[in-house]
Design a protein around this ligand. Structure first.
Ligand code: COA
Length: 201
């Protein structure tokens, strides 16, 4: 069922199908490739993508309600994940076993840095990304509008995200009405794990 359908862009919940799992698992790595290279290595990326694709299966049903896929003229193009207070943790379904110790450790550190406990009444936009081929066509804007409507529907009064001070996506968020609430200088651990020096919330 579509949550948004207007013009070339449609948005729907992710399903546990090979097509959706493969798309979501791949894009979630490719769109943030530099972060994953930073904590693993360029050589490890194909394995990281395979593991990420596998990790999309056998998750709690809530996981598929929180993940949204945008299609552009019927082609899968974008992905967004929302989180709310009390959502179940993602299941560790042995998907990442193919990685060596160093890569696993790097990914664990990144996971610690990027995890956020969500307060009641708030919605956390965990990630939003659009396939490179489809950027600049308004898909990110549609996904964000869907996210805001979903947050409202779930009784939230605010929605928030973290963005690196150097990420151009900040323009999109500001146009969408988001305001910087705080600036965090990343401590040495976060800098080591993400490669970011400053991020905005
Ligand atoms: C950010 C992103 C989701 C926007 O999707 P989109 O469909 O291109 O967005 P729209 O067409 O609705 O809006 C265009 C805006 O997207 C942002 N954008 C476009 N290309 C981008 C890129 N390569 N990297 C980061 N942001 C980008 C810009 O804010 C742009 O506005 P601008 O031209 O005034 O700077 C998409 O570019 C992306 O996946 N970027 C890489 C992943 C990422 O950085 N995600 C945000 C993490 S906080």
């Amino acid at each position: 069922m579509y949550i948004h359908s207007d013009g070339p862009v449609t948005v729907r919940n992710m399903k546990e199908t090979p097509e959706d799992c493969s798309f979501a698992g791949r894009l979630a790595i490719e769109a943030f490739r530099s972060k994953f290279v930073h904590v693993t290595s360029e050589r490890s990326i194909p394995t990281v993508i395979k593991c990420s694709e596998k990790s999309q299966y056998r998750q709690d049903p809530v996981f598929y309600q929180r993940n949204f896929i945008a299609e552009y003229n019927g082609e899968k193009a974008g992905l967004m994940m929302l989180k709310y207070n009390g959502d179940p943790e993602e299941r560790d379904n042995d998907a990442w076993n193919a990685l060596g110790c160093c890569d696993t450790l790097g990914l664990c550190c990144l996971g610690i840095c990027l995890s956020s406990s969500v307060s009641k009444g708030k919605c956390y936009l965990d990630h939003i990304c659009v396939d490179e081929r489809f950027r600049g066509k308004g898909i990110g804007k549609v996904l964000m509008t869907v996210g805001e409507n979903e947050a409202r529907r779930n009784g939230c009064r605010s929605i928030y995200l973290y963005v690196s001070s150097t990420n151009r996506a900040k323009n999109l968020y500001e146009r969408q009405g988001y305001r910087v609430k705080g600036e965090e200088s990343c401590c040495c651990f976060i800098y080591c794990c993400t490669g970011e020096k400053v991020c905005f919330i």
